[in-house]
Write a protein that binds this ligand. Structure first.
Ligand code: FES
Length: 173
């Protein structure tokens, strides 16, 4: 439709550009600000990579590909951390054992850190310092048919069950 074409008979009246309507410049400005904010998020807190597309089996277990190298991956949608280190793989609850705030992985420092009171933990989930009083909570884990199988509903607390906590790992195949 060019400028000389009249609007269709059933067209709504033209917008009067009231104060509540954002104009195109505002929209572009907001989009740039949102993109900048997203870029500032730590890498490990961004959307999970596609390899985390997983499913719960009939028993409610989560199944993940076996990590091919040492490192940490976070499945935010299921609040699970999977860490491969020291020849073992362990699964952790994403929440801090102190007051359940979210943990984050500080890749450059090689530690987990609580986002609330800043307690720190090793890659194996061992408490190092801060207000927390135990290690990160481990989840039941096993290897099955070439996958890591995690039961997110079975948690081992290092203070209540130190043997269960220590045993909640699988050797790197
Ligand atoms: S909630 Fe993590 S140290 Fe307090």
């Amino acid at each position: 439709m060019n400028e000389s074409t009249p609007p269709p008979a059933d067209a709504s009246p033209a917008c009067s550009a009231c104060e509540a309507c954002p104009n195109r410049r505002d929209f572009v400005r907001w989009s740039i600000a949102a993109a900048a904010a997203l870029a500032l998020l730590p890498r490990n807190l961004r959307a999970s990579p596609p390899r985390w597309i997983t499913s719960r089996d009939g028993a409610g277990n989560l199944r993940y590909p076996v990590p091919s190298a040492d490192g940490v991956e976070i499945d935010r949608s299921n609040e699970v951390i999977l860490a491969r280190t020291e020849g073992q793989i362990a699964a952790f609850a994403l929440s801090c054992p102190h007051q359940r705030s979210m943990l984050r992985w500080r890749e450059n420092d090689g530690i987990f850190q609580c986002t609330k009171h800043h307690s720190e933990y090793s890659p194996a989930g061992v408490y190092q310092k801060g207000r927390a009083t135990r290690n990160m909570d481990r989840l039941a884990i096993r290897l099955e048919a070439g996958e890591v199988v995690v039961d997110p509903d079975t948690r081992f607390l290092s203070d209540d069950d130190p043997e269960g906590w220590a045993g909640a790992v699988v050797p790197v195949p």
